[in-house]
Design a protein around this ligand. Structure first.
Ligand code: WQD
Length: 338
């Protein structure tokens, strides 16, 4: 029996592959490599001592999906494949709706035809929109402020409708807060293409001299120091949450949504100061205007993850930022030598 990870050579997917392989599962990765590299497969093997099977595949393609399912005994699917840049989605909504919805629907159709019934989905805290009060709880109303977030919301609704129509399906939507950091080995991590949208990869590039300074998007929010507060979670904790959700799906049919966060929020300036302290590097910054669509605070109520999945985040901010910097040094070092 194997677990299929679509988008499996990506940031969260590769860390989840390590978690599953270390737990003794056989893992199949399918990825079109539009936002990742095939070399990740070998690095996963170097970490675990076991190589996942890899298919270069656009999982909108029902033909290649049918081949993957016929060549492997897939017991569950963890679906990461999809475009994920909020800003890009505003400029290219049709590309986001076509890609993100087609991938999810193609995977679910193939699962229905082949008898695979366990679907774990990479959702996002972005589905909480701008009108809920923190800490965000899974039963709060959903809304979205950008096409990327809308695709996450729509796929959750597709999962709910599927489970209502077929009570043999188990569908778990994992709502990520802010994944950061990298595997302690420094062999896998986030590979941002172009100018990083997210805070921590940008800080890493300021630290490595690729960027001159950090621009802090607004310091006039209703938060302790005026800068945006987010729930940053170590990517290896997030990966462990996927293993717990995958196990949960084996004997819990129906749809459920679960927050994967730490329950603690840190501001932008707290992240800057923590990164400087942990890694002994200076992060110059400049206060700049707010980024459209940003909310002041976003952090998780983590009760349900603990009660339902028996999971909670273990790693703290120091681990996150040390591992993030370690990855950045290895990544830039590797690029220079490659
Ligand atoms: C964090 C904070 C910014 C960059 C997004 C997506 C979400 C998920 C995670 C995919 C905010 C501030 C950032 C910078 C800054 N993605 N910031 N300068 O916006 O919370 O969430 O990424 O699932 O769906 O919405 O993360 O890292 O972009 O921003 O001041 O150069 O850092 O204003 O307060 P965000 P982020």
């Amino acid at each position: 029996m194997s677990v299929l990870l679509t988008g499996g050579t990506g940031y969260i997917g590769s860390h989840t592959a390590v978690e599953l392989l270390d737990a003794g599962y056989d893992v199949v990765l399918a990825d079109d490599l539009s936002n990742s590299e095939e070399s990740v497969v070998g690095r996963i093997e170097r970490i675990c001592g076991k190589r996942p099977l890899f298919y270069k595949a656009d999982v909108k393609d029902r033909g290649i999906l049918g081949r993957i399912f016929s060549e492997n005994d897939i017991e569950a699917v963890i679906h990461f494949a999809g475009f994920k840049a909020v800003g890009e989605s505003v400029g290219e909504p049709l590309m986001y709706y076509r890609n993100n919805l087609d991938t999810a629907i193609s995977v679910l159709e193939t699962m229905k035809e082949t008898g695979c019934r366990r679907f774990i989905f990479s959702s996002s805290a972005t589905v909480y929109g701008m009108n809920n009060t923190v800490p965000f709880r899974e039963d709060m109303p959903r809304s979205s402020t950008n096409p990327y977030g809308t695709t996450k919301l729509m796929i959750e609704m597709i999962m709910e409708d599927l489970c209502r129509s077929d009570d043999t399906f188990s569908c778990v939507a994992l709502r990520y807060f802010n994944p950061v950091g990298a595997h302690p080995s420094g062999l896998i991590g986030e590979k941002p293409s172009g100018v990083p949208n997210n805070l921590t990869p940008y800080i890493q590039q300021v630290a490595s001299g690729i960027r001159e300074k950090l621009y802090v998007f607004g310091n006039d929010y209703d938060t302790p120091d005026g800068t945006g507060v987010r729930d940053y979670i170590h990517v290896t904790d997030l990966a462990a949450g996927h293993l717990c959700a995958m196990k949960y799906s084996s004997d819990h049919p129906g749809f459920c949504a679960v927050n994967l966060g730490t329950g603690t929020g840190y501001s932008v300036l707290e992240m800057v100061r923590a990164f400087e302290k942990v890694n002994g590097v200076k992060i110059p910054y400049e206060i700049s205007p707010r980024r459209p669509g940003d909310i002041a605070s976003c952090y998780a109520d983590v009760t349900k993850a603990k009660q339902l999945l028996g999971w909670q985040a273990e790693k703290g901010l120091e681990d996150m930022l040390r591992d993030a910097w370690n990855w950045e040094k290895n990544r830039t070092g590797r690029q220079e030598s490659e």
